[in-house]
Design a protein around this ligand. Sequence first.
Ligand code: NCD
Length: 309
Amino acid sequence: MKNHFYGRDIVSIKEFDNEDLDFLFKSTDKVRNMQQSEKRELARGRILGYLFFEPSTRTRLSFEAAMASIGGISIGIADVKSSSLEKGESLADTVRVIDQYSDVIVLRNPLDGSGRFAAEVAEKPVINAGSGTEEHPTQAMLDLYTIWKEKGRIDGLKIGIVGDLKYGRTVYSLLYGLTNYDVEIHLVAPPLLKIRKESIYEVEGKIRIHEHEVLNDILNELDVVYVTRIQRERFPDVQEYEKVKGSYVIDSKVLENTKSDLIVMHPLPRLDEVSHDVDNTPKAKYFEQVSYGKDVRATLLALILNEKF
Ligand code: NCD
């Protein structure tokens, strides 16, 4: 199959269809099975340049680990205060500079639209690693891969997405990505954190969606429950945050009446929405997600950098 990722920007998951995702997943399996020496050739001598203007643990480290695993190196800035943005340099100029040093750019920025903007400014491919509340496409790719690996399929599943559906960008990318599959989606959020209407209009007719406020109304029917953190930093008013924090907590007791093969996912970081007593149950898959994430990102980088794969 043709590599549609070669030289491409990864700004939104909406730009990739079922066939592209299938190609990415199968290519990821291939990379996972490669000998180290073969893997290291995929990006030998290539440079990933990153600009992270919001906190991150996993995403940045997983891109760095991914790039190292395929023989490339990473350079970048993970703190706005240590960059010339602090001196007043524009985002456009900062992106143009890193463009000169890198073969591929990874950007995280608090502004919606920043991924698209950077992709327009840069000549090299830009990967959006989180643009405000808008999207986080590579997180959705690894989320979908995790479901595909752990459940053996995506079609036919009942998937619950729980928590901060208003500000959580991973939710939007996942929802858009899921429109490529025949799934039933259950969105669970308190009224203040319901999904933004425009995204519902966007996916309407492509996917079956049900909205709930009470997790128990649907939890025992689900095959996958994707739990998200309430995004305190994005609330315009901290009192609003106080009203909704701790709205849903998944602990081993809550999981008692669920399907035996339910999987619990979370993009991480978690606060109190998934208790630590779930971690050692076979249902917990959030650390597997982290591990799959590195492989999906390594593969994505290899596909962006090499036409023939
Ligand atoms: C997420 C993010 O940054 O959007 N983190 C991640 O990349 N796994 C989720 C979050 O911060 O809650």
